[in-house]
Design a protein around this ligand. Structure first.
Ligand SMILES: NC(=O)c1ccc[n+]([C@@H]2O[C@H](COP(=O)([O-])OP(=O)(O)OC[C@H]3O[C@@H](n4cnc5c(N)ncnc54)[C@H](O)[C@@H]3O)[C@@H](O)[C@H]2O)c1
Length: 417
């Protein structure tokens, strides 16, 4: 086992241990009744966190009571959205609050597992942004903790699995309209202005070692002097991120997993590189990933940051029909932009099949979570979905980093350098 692997294992063990000893039963929240307000706290009200704060305010009968962040600036920004919240530098202090029902985790990827485990150990319900964890080991530790705390409601930030296109696709598959599915193709593409790499964020003037708890951000990564670029642009570096696979593939693979009821892949292959903007980033901006699933299925996902013409899409290719979901895709010939979803029969196997245009409404993903906190039902995007999506994402990234085919077993055994 490599040193990196040992270090990571130690991190997971440490995170689990912290979670177990950190909280007393007295800090456990009570379960809100059917009409009670759900009191929310957030860990990491940064860019996504603030979007979530606004989005959850629209859920009926939910309120923000607390926010924890290692950067002082975020306390002020969070208070602009919810002026009455209590602010904390250390999330563990926030988790001691008794009048807190559910915690939203929107920290950088490498902190998710710690915040996930600490939240469950504190007896709170949990909504964890995608990707659920930074590594396979962490995903396994989080799933195990979720099973141990099965009385807790846990949702993940994979909102596409609440959408109308998901509901229709899932129903069409269940109704047998696609037949045997052997292939799924999916893609996600964006363009970026030349010289300004995707995701690159400016560093605020007050982003310095006085205003940031750098050690808490590092979360067990090797200690070093404060680095404002790494703190703000963590997405570009493997230590903290999984690149576009954990940013965007995870949404689409989660949708495919949900629609087809898939488990974890049997193998992953991934190619690509930093081709668009060579600005010091480590994570690839151009990706071709293939995931093999049991029972004769292969799923591909392609992504580029230097051409946006075909937006994003998924095609489920079955012997009896095709399900297509497109967003912002431009037709090659007409130049028209297509958005929407539909089913097309394969006439050779379903001669009487009819084309169907999708029109399901879908749920508000955030209201769904809040409602589940009250009803104790499983949210649309469950911890199991988060786990399976995370495993697929990490297997793909490991294949890219190792330049070889990766199975779950080989992913578990040998660590990345
Ligand atoms: N579901 C979606 O569509 C969607 C969209 C965007 C981002 N996200 C996810 O949201 C997460 C956050 O992304 P972002 O762009 O908001 O990042 P960000 O850097 O803007 O925000 C992260 C926040 O966490 C804080 N933080 C860092 N370490 C912390 C710690 N140890 N304890 C407490 N706070 C800490 C930072 O100060 C910052 O305010 C990522 O996992 C990302 O993948 C999801």
């Amino acid at each position: 086992m490599s040193r990196q692997s040992v270090k990571r294992r130690a991190f997971v063990q440490q995170a689990v241990a912290t979670s177990v000893v950190g909280f007393s039963a007295a800090s456990y929240g009570k379960v809100p009744g059917a009409n009670d307000r759900v009191r929310l706290g957030i860990i990491g009200p940064g860019a996504r966190g603030q979007e979530l704060m606004r989005a959850f305010l629209e859920a009926p009968n939910a309120e923000w009571v607390a926010a924890a962040d290692v950067y002082t600036r975020r306390h002020d920004e969070a208070r602009k959205i919810a002026p009455a919240i209590k602010s904390f530098n250390d999330h563990r202090k926030m988790l001691e609050m008794k009048d807190l029902d559910a915690v939203i985790v929107a920290t950088p990827l490498h902190c998710h597992a710690r915040h996930f485990l600490d939240t469950l150990a504190a007896g709170k319900d949990l909504f964890c942004e995608k990707t659920m964890t930074w590594s396979i080991e962490e995903a396994e530790a989080c799933l195990a903790a979720a099973k141990k705390n099965s009385n807790r409601v846990i949702g993940v930030g994979q909102q596409h699995n609440s959408a109308g296109h998901f509901n229709d696709a899932h129903r069409w598959v269940r109704e047998g309209l696609v037949g045997k599915v052997t292939s799924v193709e999916s893609w996600m593409s964006r363009n970026t202005p030349k010289g300004k790499g995707q995701w690159l964020r400016p560093i605020p003037e007050d982003c310095n070692a006085r205003n940031v708890d750098w050690k808490a951000f590092l979360n067990g990564r090797s200690d070093r002097p404060f680095d404002a670029n790494k703190f703000i642009n963590w997405r570009l570096y493997w230590e903290f991120s999984g690149g576009n696979v954990t940013e965007n593939m995870v949404h689409q693979i989660g949708w495919i997993i949900g629609a087809l009821d898939l488990g974890v892949p049997t193998a992953a292959y991934m190619s690509g590189g930093v081709f668009a903007e060579k600005d010091g980033r480590e994570v690839p901006d151009t990706i071709s990933a293939i995931l093999d699933y049991p029972n004769d299925l292969t799923v591909s996902w392609q992504s580029t940051f230097s051409n946006s013409r075909f937006g994003l899409g998924i095609r489920i290719l079955g012997s009896d029909g095709t399900i297509e979901w497109l967003a912002g895709t431009t037709d090659m010939v007409s130049g028209n932009s297509a958005s929407g979803w539909n089913y097309q029969p394969e006439k050779i196997n379903r001669p009487n099949g009819e084309a169907i245009k999708g029109d399901a409404k879908g749920d508000n993903h955030f209201a769904n979570f809040v409602e589940c906190v009250r009803s104790r039902k499983e949210p649309n995007s469950s911890v199991e979905l988060g786990y399976r999506s995370a495993i697929a994402a990490h297997m793909a990234n490991l294949s890219y980093r190792r330049k070889q085919r990766v199975t779950l077993e080989s992913a578990r055994q040998v660590a990345t350098k």
